[in-house]
Design a protein. Sequence first.
Length: 258
Amino acid sequence: MTEKPIPLYQQAANDLRDKILNGTYPPGSVLPSSRELRERYLIGSDTTLNQVYRILKGEGLIRRNAAVGMIVQDPQPKVVDLILHNPHGHGPLPWSECCKLAGVEGRMVTNGITSKGAEPEEATLLGIDADAAVVVRGRTGFIEDAPVRLDEAIYPRDLVEGTPIATERKVPGGIYATLAQAGHAPVAVTRRTIRARLATDDEATRLKLAKGSWVLAADQVITAGHGRAVELLRIVANPNRVQFTEEDISLLLSAERN
């Protein structure tokens, strides 16, 4: 049986990938111009060449810079362990500390704070009425200048109204201390789910991923001593740069267990 010929765009992507991996195009260098690449690989249109770029961008090998063109990325970038269990609190270890442990520079930027009616899934996870008001704090985590993590921290508005959580980009003393001062001290992570899924178009754009790329997604619910859920934290991360990690989780063994 005759094998189908490999499409030109795939041949070009394979060759460029090899050249990036063998150091012909080292990290930080710029790929030849679109015109040069089309001539080299006998590609007839920018549409076809864009398929080449899409493959390489999806693999994290290149990124577009409007001023200079396609810049080669490190094919083996450092991956940050996002430690989901913070020994000093109930949320993840602060992003800057996670990055420091990985030997990279990281920062977290609060994008905005909004008040809205809860989505059905949000209401279910928080144990509130459908369309009850919530406060959403959106953040982006960076490694150097690359966005690699998107967070949404969602709070029942009746619990945080009148506190800096509902209005201020930087909360003095931290979120959990502020919740405790308001009478809603977090005591436990009562639900955590982790899965891989396809990025939405918005997530792909914000994380500078090719459309159709995979992301890691984690949801966790934190509950106060009085039994109410006080925070739903949703994290979406680029799996080429971030992995979810648990450390130092105690296993309590029953004395009656054989």
